[in-house]
Write a new protein. Structure first.
Length: 124
C-alpha cells in the first residue's frame, strides 16, 4: 500500500469517526489530509468548520490561507492574510507576522483592489 492509499484510508477512518463525535481537531486533520490528496473543496470545508467552531484560533485560518495559495486563489489568500493581520493583532507571533507580510506584499499589484494591502504589509 502506497503513501497515497494510506492517506485515503486515514481519511476514511476520520470521516467514520465523525459520526461518533465531531471535534475541531478531527476536522483540522481531515483538512490537512484532503489538501495532501488534492481534494481542495473538502479541505476548504473542513478548515471552515474549525474556523466556525474556534473563531479566535489563528492556525485554521492560516491553513486555509495556505490552501488558497496552493490553488492559486490569490484574492482569497490576500483577503485572509489581511484579516489575520488586522484581527489577530498582537496575538500573532513575529514569524507569522513576517510570513503574512510576505504574502501581502508579493504580487499584490496583480491582485484587484489590493494596492493598500502592500502599504499595510510594509508598515507592519
Amino acid at each position: 500500500m502506497g503513501a497515497f492509499d494510506k492517506m485515503k484510508k486515514k481519511i476514511k477512518m476520520l470521516e467514520n469517526g465523525l459520526v461518533h463525535g465531531r471535534t475541531s481537531l478531527t476536522y483540522l486533520e481531515l483538512g490537512l489530509l484532503y489538501q495532501t490528496v488534492k481534494e481542495y473543496d473538502k479541505a476548504e470545508k473542513a478548515f471552515k468548520k474549525v474556523i466556525t467552531a474556534l473563531p479566535d484560533n489563528i492556525y485554521p485560518r492560516f491553513l486555509l490561507l495556505r490552501l488558497y495559495e496552493a490553488q492559486g486563489q490569490k484574492d482569497e489568500a490576500y483577503h485572509l492574510a489581511e484579516e489575520l493581520m488586522q484581527s489577530a493583532g498582537p496575538r500573532i507571533s513575529l514569524g507569522l507576522r513576517l510570513e503574512l507580510s510576505k504574502i501581502l506584499s508579493s504580487d499584490s499589484d496583480k491582485v484587484s483592489g489590493h494596492a493598500k494591502i502592500k502599504e499595510y504589509a510594509a508598515s507592519a
